[in-house]
Design a protein around this ligand. Structure first.
Ligand code: UD1
Ligand code: MG
Length: 462
């Protein structure tokens, strides 16, 4: 059944105490609104309408820039006179050909597609279907007033009697309704209530008066219908979201040292026998092949890590590709374009950028490789760097297979080190070094026999 989805996102979010519009705060690296827009896309919504108000320009720009949000239409609600008023602004953007309209909130990010699919199924083009949840503390929420199994009304907390306030079944804000009926009802709303707001929830009493069935579906969990109003709630939902991702990975066989200290802000895919220690953050799209082990407190973004790779603690990686059985870190930094072959070793305080290292190459300590092609089995000494930037342009360094670069060398690019060459420690190399030879470029060591240290002049007395 073709579906309109309306996402309410005009509210202020005062309690966030932030200049950023509430729905642009993030969970798992994705804005609250983008989570909801993605859910709408997962439902196959024929049309998605986002109601914007506070921070509308920023919210609309963010939607336009997001893959899932690009197709959404935005309507402005100014001023914000309640959820019913928000819906009134959305009406002209609804497609009448879509029999059902689903209402979601931009600040309820974790609602599952399965739950709302169930709700749309319950509406079935003829009924008003409400998503409800039983809360231990229903304070502030609209209460579901029933007569037996039938829902009679939603009463807002501020309008409720003491008896109604004792009801623990609350309205989540999510509903599905026949588009034609919803349009008619929403046009007839008034603001005759405690808050002088247009309540979308008043459509329930209208449906009841017309004999249209009003059916309630329970949410699968309180978490999926939880809204974000404050930094505390944002952090709570972040942990719930991360917990769910961690559990899905563990169910697939990934061994997490502690699912409570694990964050994925994007998509992490793993082979078999992957182990991840505490405090790691995965961003963007990351793949860990079979047997990969990630040490504590690594930050890994948009990278592919091969079979049996060992990444030791405190390694930082962005847009890197790591071949099988390589060993990286601790304290390594792999920047965009780091492409490491099988069994490469990158040790502590080594930075690699836009460089290819062939099988078995090693840079174990305190080094920089930028814009470099490194041959197989090269040993790159402690403290050596490629001087790849002349102040205006970047240049490449090529190091042939089996070359040995001593400690504390500067390879001034563009420069080529031949296969099997040895570069003496402390050399500054600005001309190509031939294969197979020892090249040294530093001042010769001299010793002066009979040399004496200067002495202090004797103190003047008197
Ligand atoms: C609403 C429901 C209440 C329900 C609660 C669940 C009404 C009248 N009440 O409460 O029954 O228990 O949600 O959280 O609908 N918004 C706009 N424009 C507005 C007002 C709100 O876009 O003029 C958006 C907000 O950004 C937010 C959502 O609608 O995403 C809910 O607004 P909020 O003020 O938090 O909910 P209530 O109206 O208090
Ligand atoms: Mg309100």
């Amino acid at each position: 059944m073709a579906l309109n989805v309306v996402i309410m996102a005009a509210g202020k979010g005062t309690r966030m105490k932030s200049a950023l519009p509430k729905v642009l705060h993030r969970i798992g690296g994705t804005s609250l609104l983008d989570h909801v827009v993605r859910t709408a896309a997962a439902l196959g919504a024929a049309r998605t309408v986002v109601v914007t108000g506070h921070g509308a320009e920023q919210v609309e720009a963010s939607l336009a820039a997001s893959p899932a949000g690009g197709a959404a239409r935005c309507v402005r609600q100014e001023p914000q006179l309640g959820t019913g008023h928000a819906m009134q602004q959305a009406l002209p953007a609804l497609d009448d050909a879509n029999a059902t309209t689903l209402v979601l909130y931009g600040d309820v990010p974790l609602i599952s597609a399965a739950t709302v699919r169930r709700l749309v199924g319950t509406s079935a083009g003829r009924a008003l279907a409400l998503l409800t949840v039983e809360l231990d503390d229903p304070n502030g929420y609209g209460r579901i007033v029933r007569e037996g199994a039938h829902v009679r009304a939603i009463v807002e907390h501020k309008d409720a009697t003491a008896a109604q306030r004792a009801i623990r079944e609350t309205y989540t804000g999510i509903m599905a309704a026949p588009t034609a009926l919803l349009k008619r009802w929403v046009m007839a709303l008034s603001n005759d209530n405690a808050q002088r707001e247009y309540y979308l929830t008043d459509v329930v009493a209208m449906a009841v008066a017309e004999g249209v069935p009003v059916l309630a579906e329970h949410a699968a969990s309180a978490t999926e219908v939880a809204g974000v109003n404050s930094p505390r709630q944002l952090a709570e939902l972040e942990r719930a979201f991360q917990r769910a991702q961690a559990e899905a990975l563990m169910d697939a066989g990934v061994r997490l040292a502690d699912p409570a200290r694990f964050d994925v802000r994007g998509a992490l895919s793993c082979g078999e026998d992957v182990e991840i220690d505490v405090g790691c953050i995965f961003e963007g799209t990351v793949h860990l092949a079979d047997g990969a082990r990630i040490g504590a407190h690594c930050v890994i973004r948009d990278s592919r890590i091969g079979e049996g790779v060992l990444v030791q603690a405190f390694t930082h990686m962005n847009q890197a590709v790591i071949g099988p059985r390589a060993e990286i870190g601790p304290f390594a930094r792999l920047r965009p374009g780091a492409d490491l072959g099988p069994e490469v070793h990158i040790g502590n305080f080594v930075e690699v950028k836009n460089s290819t290292l062939a099988a078995g190459a090693k840079a174990n300590h305190l080094a920089y490789l930028g814009d470099t092609t490194v041959g197989a089995r090269v040993n790159y000494g402690a403290g050596s760097i490629t001087a790849n930037y002349d102040g205006a342009n970047k240049h490449r360094t090529v190091i042939g297979a089996d070359a040995h670069i001593g400690s504390n060398c500067v390879l001034v690019a563009p420069v080529t080190i031949g296969e099997g060459a040895t570069i003496g420690g402390g050399s500054t190399i600005n001309k190509d070094a031939p294969p197979g030879q020892l090249t040294i470029a530093r001042a010769r060591q001299v010793s002066y026999a009979g040399w004496e240290r200067p002495k202090k002049a004797p103190k003047k007395s008197g």
